[in-house]
Design a protein around this ligand. Structure first.
Ligand SMILES: Cc1cc2nc3c(=O)[nH]c(=O)nc-3n(C[C@H](O)[C@H](O)[C@H](O)COP(=O)(O)OP(=O)(O)OC[C@H]3O[C@@H](n4cnc5c(N)ncnc54)[C@H](O)[C@@H]3O)c2cc1C
Length: 396
């Protein structure tokens, strides 16, 4: 979009200049003129008393969006194992591809990934683009973005979905810059606008208080990252089979500017919140790191894992990998027990899709009770031992 001024209508009142938030308008020979700082926000259109200002569609040189077809999913694998987020993106990608009436493809990079390419067919990919090379065994931004960039330039998908994992958060912006297109990070909802056949990308904004739907009308591909655990997984079909297309993966000296010397795995507990069926989460109300020991007893009893609100992570009581919410992990267990958690919108963003939510809070007006299926008003240090006692009475 660009702002244009009808010089014949402009009366030189300078109201647009005074109201422009970006100081992008100047007066030249008594007429308003739009400068480079313009963001096409449209404030000037609203204030112009004579209707001399309007917005005009701009078409970027060299991008013919009609050339782009198909939905692509970057399928992340680690040490030869397909990551769950790839299966979730295939589930969502299938819906988008069906709405657009196009093919769904997956892209997988690594070393010896041919078997993963077959697996992707079972999860609904019509085509799998794969690249096998020593340089792709361990992720580097340069190697991955070069291969995917060249593939996108050649095959021109209209939608490109990437998991908002550590890898995806590094890869997606690097690719978007190379492709000169837009990127919407951390989408929680993706839909097709059937009128214009374009992707509507919805994500939380302003600290989770608003949901923004973002379009990318003039550039392709339309790129989104989606967090693990947000979308429903594609179903495994025994008869699913994809056409496999091998991508070129050749690198010249200087193409890969970083060298991975060693991969050091994080020591200590690893937690997989996205796969947990039962989560017992603690908030400020647990009072300190030792409060989680009680929660752990309940989680162990129920075959689940513990998690935390950001307050506990910020207090240094527990590692960030346990955090649920907008800036933590999005979870969808069958049972989520929130203990001493107030229910801030940023926390709810990460757990409100859980099957059953039980809230234990001593404040009966805490917002967590609004999303809870069962609420227990009380002190968690009395309520949890009582639940444990009851569970102990039951046969294993
Ligand atoms: C940009 C942004 C991103 C954020 N991202 C996240 C996120 O990803 N995850 C997240 O969790 N937060 C996030 N937050 C922070 C969020 O706004 C809240 O501050 C946070 O969730 C509060 O944590 P809490 O509920 O544990 O603590 P509090 O709000 O302090 O609530 C503690 C609750 O415990 C209850 N309580 C106290 N003692 C007991 C007891 N003995 N027994 C029972 N109940 C008790 C109290 O009544 C209270 O309701 C984010 C904030 C911003 C601005």
């Amino acid at each position: 979009m660009a702002i244009v001024i009808d010089k014949d209508k402009c009366v030189g009142c300078s109201l647009c200049l005074q109201n422009c938030p970006f100081n992008a308008i100047t007066m030249v020979d008594g007429k308003a003129e739009i400068g480079e700082a313009c963001t096409a926000c449209g404030t000037c259109i609203d204030v112009c008393p004579v209707g001399a200002i309007s917005k005009e569609e701009t078409k970027k040189e060299g991008v013919d969006i009609t050339q782009y077809h198909g939905v692509w999913v970057v399928a992340e694998q680690r040490e030869g194992k397909l990551q769950n987020v790839a299966i979730e993106l295939l589930g969502e990608g299938r819906k988008l591809a069906d709405d657009l009436g196009c093919e769904l493809a997956a892209v997988v990079l690594g070393k010896n990934v041919s078997a993963i390419a077959d697996e992707l067919g079972h999860y609904g990919a019509d085509k799998v683009y794969f690249a096998d090379a020593d340089e792709l065994e361990i992720y580097t931004t340069d190697a991955y973005s070069k291969v995917i960039y060249e593939a996108v330039e050649k095959y021109k998908p209209e939608v490109l979905l990437i998991g908002a994992t550590y890898l995806g958060r590094d890869l997606a912006p690097a690719l978007a810059v190379r492709l000169n297109t837009g990127l919407t990070a951390d989408c929680t909802k993706l839909e097709i606008d059937k009128e214009h056949m374009q992707l509507m990308q919805t994500r939380p904004t302003f600290g989770g208080n608003l949901m923004a739907t973002i379009l990318c009308p003039n550039d392709r591909p339309q790129m989104s990252t989606v967090r693990p655990g947000v979308m429903a997984k594609a179903e495994y079909r025994e008869d699913g089979k994809a056409e496999k297309i091998e991508l070129a993966a050749t690198f010249a000296d200087g193409d890969i500017r970083t060298k991975v010397l060693d991969v050091v795995k994080a020591v200590g507990e690893t937690v997989s919140l996205t796969d947990a069926k039962v989560i017992v989460a603690g908030g400020n109300g647990v009072g300190g790191p030792e409060g989680f020991e009680l929660l752990k007893k309940l989680a162990d009893k129920l075959g689940g894992t513990i998690a935390a609100s950001r307050a506990c992570v910020d207090n240094g009581w527990i590692d960030h990998s346990y955090q649920v919410g907008q800036t933590g992990t999005t979870v969808k267990p069958a049972l989520y027990i929130a203990c001493g958690i107030s229910g801030a919108i940023q926390h709810l963003a990460g757990m409100q899709e859980s099957g059953q939510i039980v809230a234990i809070n001593k404040n009966e007006t805490a917002p967590i009770f609004e999303v809870a299926d069962y609420g227990i008003v009380g002190d968690l240090f009395k309520v949890i031992p009582a639940i444990l006692d009851e569970l102990d009475k039951r046969p294993e």
